[in-house]
Design a protein around this ligand. Structure first.
Ligand SMILES: [Zn+2]
Length: 186
């Protein structure tokens, strides 16, 4: 997927139009408002995690996991807040964790996240950085992109930045499900 597509999708799903330009320019957005992700996210709730007691013995303890924003990019499901942070800070996070500053775990405004200080990273809190799974394209995702595309286009251009990454059979299935199969003839 092209960066243009990614920037457009993220700005749309965060309902923050200025984020598109910020991502493309590699600059922090000037807005200090929360940009709350409305797209796909991880499940929120209590999950058992292995921790160690004072004597270093492992035990299972429930840990509250907040919802995190997800997007499919370059064939992988990725955390949106981390992607936006990387693109607007011109950096690569690798295994470095981010700390949220605004209390909204679904916020993707890079001004509201900072790199976790290294000293704290060494503390034995297990936290997943990798999203739980890589997924194939879903029809829902294709429909989401098609709906965005069709707000400004009336005919089908498979080479358009929003559509070019969708597998052709999925694109057709999505259009049929939307009752817009006739666009395939155009
Ligand atoms: Zn925020």
């Amino acid at each position: 997927m092209k960066l243009e597509t990614l920037a457009l999708r993220i700005a749309d799903k965060a309902e923050a139009p200025t984020l598109e330009e910020a991502i493309l320019q590699g600059e922090l957005p000037s807005s200090l408002d929360c940009m709350v992700w409305t797209g796909r996210k991880t499940r929120e709730g209590l999950f058992p995690r292995m921790v160690r007691d004072a004597d270093g013995r492992p035990l299972m303890e429930p840990i509250m996991q907040r919802a995190a924003p997800l997007i499919q990019f370059n064939g992988k499901v990725q955390y949106v807040n981390r992607l936006v942070f990387e693109k607007t800070h011109n950096t690569t996070l690798g295994r470095r964790k981010l700390r949220n500053l605004c209390g909204e775990s679904l916020c993707v405004n890079p001004n509201h996240w900072m790199k976790q200080p290294l000293a704290e990273e060494e503390q034995p809190v297990e936290e997943a950085i990798e999203p739980p799974m890589d997924e194939e394209w879903t029809t829902e995702e294709a429909i989401e992109l098609l709906e965005m595309y069709l707000t400004t286009n009336e005919t089908l251009d498979r080479e358009h930045a929003l559509l070019i990454d969708i597998p052709p059979d999925l694109l057709e299935e999505a259009l049929n499900q939307m009752g817009k199969g006739h666009l395939l003839d155009g």
